[in-house]
Design a binder for this molecule. Structure first.
Ligand code: ADP
Length: 462
């Protein structure tokens, strides 16, 4: 029997498209929504999409305000909020925040603090994967303390290697080292960057894999030990280790390999006793070996394409799981792994206010015109995108996520291209011309791409 405590009111401790995405899920579930917004976000759309909205972080910086645990909890308590959804980024992977929520009797819609802690540290996450018998990239079992340890690793495994901040994320805090001469400076820089960006100077080393694919598996697990995977996404189209275009399911994995990766991911999360939504990420080499890289214990930007191919609403599932429902309860409706099937193909493009002709420099300013594409099989998840909207320089540059779905991959790519071409945006530059080049490139269409695709394909740049 599930022990359920339904939510009446949920606060979203986030902004932009993901805040709106979560409000929509709540409203469909009959839950009242609460937004928090900063001085800089006073006219941002997420503020107006919730039933209630409160200013936070007065006197604090635009980012610090969304990281202000006590300030956000105070709003939540004052307005009798039952649960908080952290979205992604900001406080989503902050174990202290989820602990503080619990202490205040507010449900954190996400995994336990212990799981956030375990997977927030890439060294601990690797240890967990090894314990579950899952292949990891050869690497140091602990953060390295000295240059000698780095040299020793390179001697044993050969170059290239990659230095990674243990607490890193979002494609930041990584440094590829190809020769011995670069090592000393790279090590010093990686440590100081890790310290300033993540407040923790721990750096460990992995062998750097050449031209892998990034394949990740979406997991849902309830608190009663039931877990399923929602198949995989291919997120190999990256710039500077950050995802730009994602595809579900992967178009080039042999079926046995795909099944094995999905099963291994599920095994890891079961072994860890994980609860709620999470993603297990792997790199797959050209000779079809796969290696664990990390777990993201939260909803991801690219969850939309998994929703499109499986029909499962991941955000609603997160909320239902946090209320105490079992996956098989009618409120979630997942009757075991066999009930999850995929249909067709989905592609997501991250449209950003960045100028591709100026090395993707973020743009700020007013949207003088904004008309989006649309039509059958198109899903738009936008933040602050409407005619007259002001794009501030304070936050990340994601403007709208465009997801396309069709029965075949080729049709989904064509639909994406057609939709991107329909957009009319004036006032700020966007990366749309670059995205158009990606989704019509022959290698994209054949599925023959890996994480070096963008770097190695100069004709994509406009
Ligand atoms: P983050 O947490 O910052 O997203 P990840 O560990 O998930 O970092 O890695 C992000 C991307 O960096 C991967 O998708 C891949 O392209 C690249 N990467 C990470 N580790 C390696 C490695 N050992 N070899 C090759 N590429 C890597």
């Amino acid at each position: 029997m599930s022990v359920v405590k339904p939510f009446k009111k949920v606060l979203v401790a986030n902004r932009g498209e993901i805040a709106i995405r979560i409000f929509r899920a709540c409203t469909e579930l009959g839950i009242r929504t609460v937004a928090v917004y900063t001085e800089q976000d006073k006219v941002s759309l997420h503020r107006f999409k919730a039933d209630e909205a409160y200013l936070i972080g007065e006197g604090k910086g635009p980012i610090e305000a969304y990281l202000d645990i006590e300030g956000i909890l105070e709003v939540a308590k004052r307005h009798h909020v039952d649960a908080i959804h952290p979205g992604y980024g900001f406080l989503a992977e902050n174990a202290d925040f989820s602990k503080r929520c619990a202490e205040e009797g507010i449900v954190f819609i996400g995994p336990s603090p212990e799981h956030i802690q375990m997977f927030g540290d890439k060294v601990d996450a690797r240890a967990m994967a090894i314990q579950a018998g899952i292949p990891v990239i050869p690497g140091t079992p602990e953060p390295i303390q000295s240059l000698d340890e780095a040299r020793e690793f390179a001697e044993q495994h050969g170059f290239p290697i990659i230095l990674k901040a243990a607490a890193g994320g979002g494609g930041r805090g990584m440094r590829v080292v190809r020769t011995g001469e670069e090592l000393e400076e790279a090590f010093a820089r990686a440590r100081s960057e890790a310290k300033s960006a993540f407040g923790n100077m721990d750096v460990y080393i992995e062998k750097y894999l050449e031209q892998p694919k990034h394949v990740e598996v979406q997991i849902l697990a309830d608190r009663y030990g039931n877990a399923v995977h929602l198949f995989e996404r291919d997120c190999s189209i990256q710039r500077r280790h950050q995802k730009v275009v994602e595809v579900a399911p992967s178009v080039s994995l042999p079926p046995e390999l795909r099944n094995e990766i999905c099963e291994v991911a599920l095994r890891l999360m079961r072994t860890a006793g994980y609860c709620n939504a999470g993603t297990v990420e792997f790199l797959v080499t050209p000779d079809h070996r796969f290696y664990f890289i990390e777990v993201n214990p939260r909803v991801q930007v690219e969850h939309t394409i998994t929703e499109m191919i499986t029909g499962v609403d991941i955000v609603q599932s997160q909320i239902r799981i946090a209320e105490g429902y079992a996956l098989s309860d009618p409120e979630i409706g997942i009757q075991g792994q066999d009930s999850i099937t995929t249909r067709g193909f989905a592609i997501q493009c991250r449209v950003t206010t960045e100028d591709p002709s100026r090395n993707f420099l973020p743009e700020a300013g007013r949207l003088l015109a904004y008309r989006s594409g649309g039509g059958f099989g198109i899903r738009l998840d936008s933040g602050n995108a409407y005619p007259g909207a002001v794009i501030t320089p304070h936050y990340d540059s994601l403007l709208v996520k465009v997801s396309s779905w069709a029965m075949t991959y080729e049709q989904a790519a064509k639909k994406m291209l057609r939709t991107l071409k329909e957009f009319r945006i004036r006032g700020v530059k966007t990366n749309i011309p670059f995205l158009e080049n990606v989704v019509q490139h022959p290698n994209f269409l054949s599925g023959e791409y890996n994480t070096s695709f963008i770097d190695n394909t100069p004709e994509l740049f406009v």
